[in-house]
Design a protein around this ligand. Sequence first.
Ligand SMILES: [Zn+2]
Ligand SMILES: [Zn+2]
Length: 390
Amino acid sequence: MLEAARSLADAAVADRRTIHRRPELAYQERETAALVASRLRQIGIPVRTGVAGTGVIGLIEGGRPGRTVLLRADMDALPIQEESDLAYASATPGVMHACGHDAHTAILLAVSRLLAERRDEIPGNVKLMFQPAEEGGAGALRMIEEGVLEDPAVDAAFMLHVSHQHAVGTVATAPGPILAGANSFTITIDGRGGHASRPHQAVDPVVAAAQVVTALQTLVSREAPPTEAAVLTLGRLSSGTAANVIPDRAELQGTIRAYHDGLMREMERRLEEIASGVARALRAEARVDVHMRYPPTVNDPAMAELLAGAARAELGPGAVLEAEPEMAAEDFSFVLQRVPGAMLRLGVRSPGWPEPRPVHTARFELDEAALPIGIAVMARVALEFLGGSG
Ligand SMILES: [Zn+2]
Ligand SMILES: [Zn+2]
């Protein structure tokens, strides 16, 4: 399969660069979705567009009846200003494919071509899921609600994600939990504004916010069991307009991550209690809103083994590593709650880079030599699941 994948590498790289140059934020992936739909139609794959807004579903029906395997790519970019002088750097100010979803989309398009060319020999179906809004918008969940796992019903699901922790040429997976569950929340602290010189007549939300930040540090250090992975980060704190004005309101935003749903819920409950209790002690009022909650990403052991086996067959046993659990999150977890499947980490770190170029930063970059590797492994695992590889 790797040889066939290499023959598609140039086209995949070109698609990836086209998408990279025109990044689109969550639920705005109109040009990307149009490119995906037109590529699929060109190779004779029927498509359904406008799923969950901008999602695209393709269906490759094999020549013989059988099971249905789903392969998934995400299409959205991030609100980051790219810092690079690449010829195909983002042409949209403030938006960047800094999580490799451009590569995921290009890889799945090439896989679609590879499998469509072999459709007569395939028992069963390959469903192609190009989703919007992985970055916090739960696009996968919305596509599930709009029927991506039905008609025909999906029996197994696979996806890959680029990994800057792994060298190009290697991939990684593991049975069981592979990514954490995550939420995102806002804490709004209402006080009462006033003149900086008369704090006794005001209720200072800045002081309350500072105490809430400190108190919340005990959630992980004193309340979560030390043997369980958990993290709380407050990534945003904002309040006020001037040095000599006590503002009315302060706002904090953050995220809690853990591997167990029970612990996530308990931490959310205590987040609310601590924030409102501390604020009340300082005569202010805190309100907590949880906007988003992704479950942990849990690989089915048998599907993870099938995926690792497909990777070993393509790349040799030395290139397939055991993935370490990470506290990042993925909305593919919603798919894995409903059907067995597994996630692959695709190594994209170039040996020539003196320092890492991690995802979610303006310096992110991936070694495009990884593309044919991802194509080959995804195509092979789909064929092996359906029992059609020879
Ligand atoms: Zn991301
Ligand atoms: Zn991502």
